[in-house]
Ligand binder design. Sequence first.
Ligand SMILES: [Zn+2]
Ligand SMILES: [Zn+2]
Ligand SMILES: [Zn+2]
Length: 254
Amino acid sequence: MKITFLGTGTSQGIPVIACDCEVCLSKNEKDKRLRVSILIETKNNTLVIDSGPDFRTQMLREDVQDIDGILYTHEHKDHVAGLDDVRPFCFKHNKEIEIYAHQRVLKALKGEFHYIFDDRFNYPGIPRIHANEITNTAFQINGDEVTPIEGLHYKLPVFGYRIKDFTYITDMNYISEKELEKVKGTKVLVINALQKTEHISHFTLAQALEIVEKIKPEKAYFTHMSHTLGLHDEVSQELPKNVFLAYDGLEIEI
Ligand SMILES: [Zn+2]
Ligand SMILES: [Zn+2]
Ligand SMILES: [Zn+2]
């Protein structure tokens, strides 16, 4: 299975508009972060987790020719805003795009992108979307088992996902021990680490390290980072040997 980090930044991306901090002004490509998303390529599927506002840029950058589906973590704009840009895949392959999300997230998408889901108009240029409602139980996509991991993003329930030996968690600041059990044994864990200082809805660097310590994956990668976390190269040096800050375009094989 191949993983490509499409974006590793928090909701504003890095650089942040009009910010002159050292991270936003950094010349290092690893300090430039699009909104968070990941591409998962297995033998059976090409899947994306979330379609944020940078979805189009990310698909072009990675030269993605087709996707089998989008798994949604939650309905915040930095995770859903790019849904309309699946249209080229619909046109090129004359197909519907499968999306997988909790009922609450689907409801939000249907509100936000009402023209896509409103059968009254059937406007020919819209994306063709097939919505799959999922619950907190494992499900199959073309033979790949996908296990949701539920956690909290302040009060909002969010899904992370495990596929085989890979687990992707973002926008959480709490995961119960019961849900963490599902993550155990994963070889590669991706988890959100926003910044060093306490935040109401995201794990801090130290909290993300605590989860890594509990799960003990072979390797862990942090994502959904803020410019307030610090420079990529400096923060990277503070991490244990098997823990890394992800960066846009990073590819890993599992
Ligand atoms: Zn987010
Ligand atoms: Zn900044
Ligand atoms: Zn969020």
